[in-house]
Design a protein around this ligand. Sequence first.
Ligand code: ARG
Length: 229
Amino acid sequence: AACGNGKDGKKYTVATDSNFKPFEYLNPKTGELEGFDIDIIKEIAKRAGFEVEFETMDFDGLLAGMQSGRYPIGIAGMSITEKRKESIDFSIPYYDSGMILMVPEDSDIQSIDDVDGKKIGSRQGSTSQTYLKENTSAKVEAFPEIVTAYQDVKEGRLDGALYDLPNVKHYIATEGKNKLKTVGEVLQGESYGIAFSKGSKIVDDANKALQSIIDDGTYAKLYEKYFGE
Ligand code: ARG
């Protein structure tokens, strides 16, 4: 009932996370929410004619909130899955991702085939946690914040962590140089989609706006801004 046709200048609450670099995070100096996802959804809102305000929360809380219809829009590097599609509507894909294994620089683990019996960290509610449970015999430790898992790998409390490639790469480049590395192939190609409450009427307009952002080169500029080396 809270959903208009998207062109009414209405303000929608966008559920997001505050710690999934470089997709969404708090700028340490200004405290402002920033990131690829934040810029993408702001631009979509501008082009589709609605306003957004952000609410940050844990990713698993976000999933639950989207599934129950509590939030009209959610953006948080969320992978489009068949299971989630049962209770959430998704935009067209806006980012190609996949999961990668992170281990200490001196680890013997060479790929996901070596993790059986090892302590591998992930994030609660994520596709990586599901993957580990369904495809390996690792001792899976799922945290409310993935950064805790990364720190534990760095300090030797975990043998590795499995998570989204762009986030793992970002962490290694900024806080894990000479201490952490990725091994093996990118597992399970996944696409991120913007989440909408089931039956939302704004999906079509949001998709049109997203497509125009891709087509006119704005997407490439944002990609360069956040993922350019
Ligand atoms: N892509 C993964 C998933 O959908 C992890 C996303 C985590 N996102 C976040 N904002 N913490 O499960």
